[in-house]
Ligand binder design. Sequence first.
Ligand code: NAD
Length: 731
Amino acid sequence: MTEFHYALDADGVATITWDVPGKTMNVMSFEGLRELDACIDKALADDAVKGVVITSGKADFAGGMDLNVLADMRDNAGDNPAQGLFDGIMSMHHLLRKIELAGMDRKTQKGGKPIAAALPGTAMGIGLELPLSCHRIFAADNPRAQIGLPEIKVGIFPGAGGTTRLSWKLGAMAAAPLLLEGKSNNPAKAKAAGVIDEVVPAADLLSAAKAWVLGAKDADLVKPWDTKGYKVPGGTPYSAPGFPTFVGASVMVHANTWGVYPAAKALLSAVYEGLQVPFDTALKIEARHFVSVLMNPSSSAMIRSLFVNKGALEKGANRPDVPDEKVSKVGVLGAGMMGAGIAYVSAAAGIEVVLLDSTIEAAERGKSYSTGILDKAIKRGRSTEEKKARLLGQITTTTDYADLQGCDLIVEAVFEDPKVKAEVTAKAEAVIPETAIYASNTSTLPITSLAQASNRPEQFIGIHFFSPVDKMLLVEIIKGAQTGPRAVAKALDYVRQIRKTPIVVNDARFFYANRCIIPYINEGMRLAAEGTPLPMVDHAAQLLGFPVGPLQLVDETSLDLGAKIAKATKAAMGNDYPDDAVDDVVFWMVDEGRLGRKSKAGFFDYDDAGKRLGYWTGFGARYPAQDGADLTEVQNRLMMAQVLEAVRALEEGVLEDIREGDVGAILGWGFAPWSGGPFGWLDIIGAEKAVAICDDLEARFGKRFACPQMLRDMAAKGQTFYGPKSVLKAA
Ligand code: NAD
């Protein structure tokens, strides 16, 4: 055995220790399932064994299932992948049910062996589904530990009995946030929620679990759902209290998902149907719904982007092969909105920060942003005064460039003005070590041209954060024409330290994310100007699975920023500038003082606290709403506006890796996560259909919808972006 280890002590307690070699976190594999099964059989068959404790040899219990196991079940089943999945999932149910019944006589419910789970730390996914099948769950009082079932976040649901066991244990209402939102809790909160049974000091974890095993009676082993007349808390769907729960839950799921996430709906069906039948049948129902979700192309696309590829990028899939470039001291130039956030996330990662601005007041104001975040966290019980003091102690404010001595990385976030940027580059390079890497956080200026101010252009790179820096997970790394591999490695190592997800792209106007977001927002404003009702513009996007529509998005990013970008782009593009119709709206809104949320007036009206009240009715005075807009056409326009930019970025070599294009789109601007990203979406609808949509839109709305040649060729050859027919492998 390699992943689960079995040991029997003198008291007759068998300890099964999960400890996958070579990994810091246990993840369930095929081999793991086989070994766990063998350990359980051994314990149940051995008369010397009085009971069992299942624990982990690592600091945590388990991070979840290796999702490749599910992919293998499907792919190894030949012509009938659904059957392969169903059989594979049912075999997991059999194993967990075997643990739950523990060899007891089903009629007398006597003679079983007590099995306890002892969780030293985090227990997620199958790492909680396995304990839920045990008779008692002990957790160490490790406040860092997270206990939960997060599957819904990658487009599936807990399918190894977690959905059924949790809803039968807690009732549908209490289980809903844990299942439908994938909410995890620390051990104390997990106990309060009724998910686990005991929280004990870490040093006593195993002894407490063993003591319980040795003292357990037959009745302690019988799960409530295996007792006669068990009434699920909150009632079944056809009971008086249960009925409104399910009506409410359906509404909530639909309101949150706009009907585009198959997993949430299927999960709710599994709970609803499962609660009306005996427990073993409920597990079978859960398995059927789980298979239907896994067979939906959306779940493969979400798993691919949000789990497999996101993880690969975070681990440095595109990192050049150069030695470790971890950052120990970062100089942040400019302590405005972005610099303040960059200083915070760097200090939070344990990096020493020098925060420089032109006045000490500005630098201090930037540092106080960290104070604000930490004070809020302390209020919510998520941080402490000591942590705050430590983090703030790592940020030194200054106006003196000499303080940048010893910085191995600079992140510049001064005004978006090439002259100002050139000046600070020269001043910083005069004091920082020869080997230091210099990064600009510019959002619109080409890295290659900014690098002209540098004496070391191969050490000059773009590290583009998104606002708000502490919340947004994506960081775009931009290679200028002369950027060398060490700079890329340093940027990637830094992004890894601050625990964000990187994509690496080449230098071009607006890089990747903004290049796609701007046409999306612009198409929304064009639609509004043509008379499409404002709510319809946003709702069309939300029905496609976007968390916010383009008009809400422009209110958040502000219309004056849009006007600034429009002016600069027009100056750069001259006669080729395509967006005059959009500018008509933008400049008028700015003239009207409707800058978006920050001026409490934009496409929406806001109250004094900045809460959206509703769409601005005054918009119709200049752009009256017209009847008869076609939802599908509105959706096609909004979708293609951004997807075609992603394809063009790939064709032009700005994007080098479609995985980055997809992950970047979901994390950068909330591109419909159910689709796996723009390339995932194109694969789901197929290149042929995409070409037909583009041709139709181009004929009616102009050349911004012209189909890229790459897509046309793919349609002709039946190719996809991912999978065996990938255009990229063929190329
Ligand atoms: P900001 O105006 O809030 O902050 C700029 C800061 O730089 C100010 O505190 C200013 O005093 C300081 N500064 C200006 N000249 C300086 C100099 N010579 N020496 C030292 N400090 C100087 O701007 P911001 O929104 O934080 O943007 C900063 C950079 O980040 C810009 O390049 C911008 O394009 C980029 N960016 C902004 C966003 C965003 O959403 N705001 C997103 C990504 C990237």
